[in-house]
Design a protein around this ligand. Sequence first.
Ligand code: ASP
Length: 341
Amino acid sequence: MKTKILVVYTGGTIGMMARDEEESLVVSYLKEFKKYCLHSLVDEARVDFISVAEVKDSSEMNSNDWLEINSIIETNYLNYSAFVVLHGTDTMAYTATAISFLQLKTQKPIVFTGSQKPISAKDSDAVSNLQGAIDMVEYITNSSTARQGQVCIYFNEKLYQANRTTKTSTESISAFDSPHRPAIGGKRGGAYWLGNVFLNVETKEEQTWEFNGFDNEVALLKMHPAFSADRFCTYLTNSSIKGLLIETYGSGNIPINETLLKCLKNKIKDGMLALSVSQCIEGRVDSSLYQGGNAYRKVGVLEGKDLTTEAALVKLMIACNVSEAQFAKSILSTSIAGEQS
Ligand code: ASP
């Protein structure tokens, strides 16, 4: 079968052109964006384009935008062999991770890309990323051995598993990194390649949970030396937060503080989910290693192992909408789509 690819345009720097009166970049509509694309990229025999209802800077996106992108993929699933999603880099890791959880059963590649510079700029990385993402999904689709169903980010000739990525640079053309799972494919010396993760057909864990939507009643606390437990606990006690993600020091450390321990214990007893990830880009949470981690593990803070903050937050948003507590906790502690180990 000939590969037909659907490119879903959502906005982001890749599609920004004009500047407003304050000299800020502004997102343009798909029609304008396509004028800057090479003929080969808009060849209708190979590629169709579709836009979300409201294109935007990805920093304006929330879980409704994730659901819209997902619904575009679902509606068009049978008519295309692969999907490329054009997206701003700021929150691409969150969106692509969310789609990886929503598309657990996909048998087709779904690859996100964007750029650091607008397609209209002379030295832009937009064309090479878009061209590369399209060629990459074609390469995957034509490979007889590849496990096709993957949600990935393609950026600067590297293909990453989406739910392992994090944005690491505002300037470099290598905007993303995947510290716990190196690139799983890409372009090297002008040729495309796929690594073992793609070629070893691993059976994905059966989806044992029902997706009930994303819950926005979550908060992210980053530990820092000026942290005030009193101030934070006043906020938390009076809030309706259902899920708390804590970016801890090192391997899961939080300063031992009786007020914080008591407040977290009470909130967790009342049903709040608390999950810890490390502020370090590499490594994992092992709360038993130091007293500061252990004390909080004992009051019910769960270990996010080697999850990125992005993947942990999206999982928390899913888990908070699951009514059965044990089930919600198991979503957080097990890998849904290869996002943690
Ligand atoms: N602010 C932009 C966005 O995320 C940045 C980019 O696309 O690189 O939409």
